[in-house]
Design a protein around this ligand. Structure first.
Ligand code: SAM
Length: 279
């Protein structure tokens, strides 16, 4: 008997991934969590039927979410990651020798527990002494803080259920306040090919909270439609002002990839209007 993971990208399009075995399954307080071994992508974390991260291609997403903003900042010492319970983004954050503290605010402790047990290549940095794992709602966590972090990275699920509150102007404005002077922000902001209106809405909400907002792209094999959008934002720092690469062990991010990721194809420009050019 064959076992296949069928991930629906639209009502008429799905990604089918052949599964060797189910490693772990739990109905958590927030979502249906599964960890499966796939033939093509190795071990994968699935939340509510959506592939979150796989051993084979996770480095692309985690490097691009972490290293684009952190290489714009001249000296990131204190970083906040919201979501990201698998630990991949935290692992990349700690590659920066300047980082002294990395706080992870993840709403579902089951994700941290399961990935720590079953996906050590991704969760390995969660036990680092510089890391503090806080089980909390990221929406609430930023409400009563100001000027505490050099970078805030939002590594969330798609906007539904508990992550819905991470995609609105109030949250982005709270994040802007949580950032220190010179602070930087980045978030995964969905996929522009099949969800252009969603990507447009998210970008413009971020633009209302930050004077500088710039979309950038990466190609992630297990994410729907080939191209994934992230958004960089700051209160003044520009995405092109890139520090020399200060990390080792990178497999996707480089200074050239950083700069190229902000060069959007013309068919996407209208989503971001003139902001793309003046960014
Ligand atoms: N790092 C993965 C990837 O490569 O795409 C994806 C994201 S990570 C697994 C998404 C996490 O966001 C989930 O663990 C989910 O529980 C968490 N999350 C969703 N809403 C949240 C909220 N309001 N506060 C904190 N964490 C949240």
């Amino acid at each position: 008997m064959e076992l296949w993971l069928i991930e629906r990208h639209t009502d008429r399009l799905s990604l089918n991934v052949k599964v060797e075995k189910t490693v772990y399954r739990e109905k958590t307080r927030y979502q249906d969590l599964a960890i499966v071994d796939t033939y093509e992508f190795g071990r994968a974390l699935i939340l509510d039927g959506v592939i979150q991260t796989t051993e084979r291609d996770e480095f692309i997403y985690h490097e691009m979410l972490a290293h684009v903003p952190l290489h714009v900042h001249t000296n990131p010492e204190r970083v906040l990651v919201i979501g990201g319970g698998d630990g991949g983004t935290i692992r990349e954050v700690l590659r920066h020798p300047t980082v002294k503290e990395a706080h992870l605010v993840e709403i579902d402790e089951a994700v941290v527990r399961a990935c720590t047990t079953y996906m050590p290549s991704i969760s390995c940095a969660l036990s680092d002494p510089r890391v503090r794992v806080i089980i909390d709602d990221g929406v609430e966590f930023v409400k009563d803080k100001a000027g505490e972090y050099d970078a805030v990275l939002v590594d969330s699920t798609d906007p539904s259920g508990p992550s819905l509150g991470l995609f609105n102007v109030e949250f982005y404005s709270n994040v802007a306040r949580v950032l220190r002077d010179g602070g930087v922000f980045a978030a995964q902001t969905e996929q522009p090919f099949f969800e252009p209106d969603l990507v447009r809405r998210i970008f413009h909400m971020i633009s209302q909270a930050f004077p500088v907002a710039r979309p950038y792209l990466a190609t992630i094999p297990t994410y729907s439609s080939w191209s994934w959008c992230f958004t960089f934002a700051s209160k003044g720092e520009h995405a092109e002002n890139v520090m020399p690469t200060r990390c080792t062990g990178l497999r996707y991010y480089s200074r050239e990839v950083h700069l190229a990721s902000f060069a959007l194809p013309p068919f996407m420009h209208h989503l971001f209007e003139q902001d793309v050019a003046t960014g």
